[in-house]
Ligand binder design. Structure first.
Ligand code: DGL
Length: 236
């Protein structure tokens, strides 16, 4: 039976899985949690590609025909490369919700993401395609934050988010794009500093797109229960 393959550099992917289960309650999921290689977002693009090829081949070997990249870093750095290399596989990407922020008309938007995501050409394209004249979009490479979340280091998360707040608290930020799937897990700390700010992430859109593509490619099984089998790279 075809399971939906999902992967991320660790627990961040679970924030996407939550939405996938809501949209596709009768499918099962195989989640490859690559804690061993966390953080991706502080590695160079070639290293990220190599790590990811290995995971994609593992998921294909497990019978997955559709793979959800529950990671903004991998999506912005190499989804086109993966689509080109594995032509029979349907890839669903996760991107920073910059378009959503612009569509909603926020004036001052902070985009938090990993250094690799912020440096990617794709983020540039997203801004060019979505930005009207009036928005101010502040890009913040959050060095160390995904890893602090991965290892559960609350003090470090607090320190990092506090210093972002210090740098941007005069900008009257209205919305924060959580451009890394780990960051929704730090929502409490983010809103402790940035009060009255809307937090946006793309996971619901990812789940809806996954369902749409499964219907389109005849991949819906209706035989699952929303079960998630987790394989962690540390145990492989
Ligand atoms: N959760 C990932 C993302 O959405 C990657 C975090 C990392 O490993 O740096 O970007």
């Amino acid at each position: 039976m075809c399971r939906v393959g999902v992967f991320d550099s660790g627990i961040g992917g679970l924030t996407v899985i939550e939405e996938l289960k809501k949209e596709l309650p009768k499918e099962d999921f195989l989640f490859y949690e690559d804690s061993l290689n966390n953080p991706y977002g502080e590695k160079d693009n070639e290293t990220i590609k190599k790590i990811v090829e290995n995971i994609v081949e593992y998921l294909i070997g497990q019978g997955c025909k559709i793979i959800v990249i529950a990671c903004n870093t991998v999506t912005t750095v190499c989804i086109s490369y993966l689509r080109n290399k594995y032509k029979n596989i349907v890839f669903i990407g996760t991107e920073p919700a910059i378009k959503l922020a612009c569509d909603k008309g926020y004036e001052n938007v902070l985009v938090m993401a990993t250094p690799a995501t912020i440096a990617s050409e794709r983020v540039n394209v997203l801004i060019t395609n979505s930005k009207k004249d009036f928005e101010n979009i502040y890009l913040v490479p959050c060095d160390g934050l995904a890893n602090a979340i991965e290892v559960g280091d609350i003090l470090r998360q607090d320190e990092l988010i506090h210093s972002i707040y210090e740098s941007y608290n005069d900008k009257n930020i209205n919305a924060i794009v959580l451009g890394c799937t780990h960051y929704p897990m730090a929502k409490k700390i983010i809103t402790k500093y940035f009060k009255n700010v809307d937090l946006l992430d793309g996971s619901n859109g990812v789940a809806r797109e996954c369902k749409r593509q499964m219907l389109l490619h005849n991949l819906i099984t209706n035989k699952g229960n929303g079960d998630v089998l987790i394989i962690n790279s540390k145990d492989r």
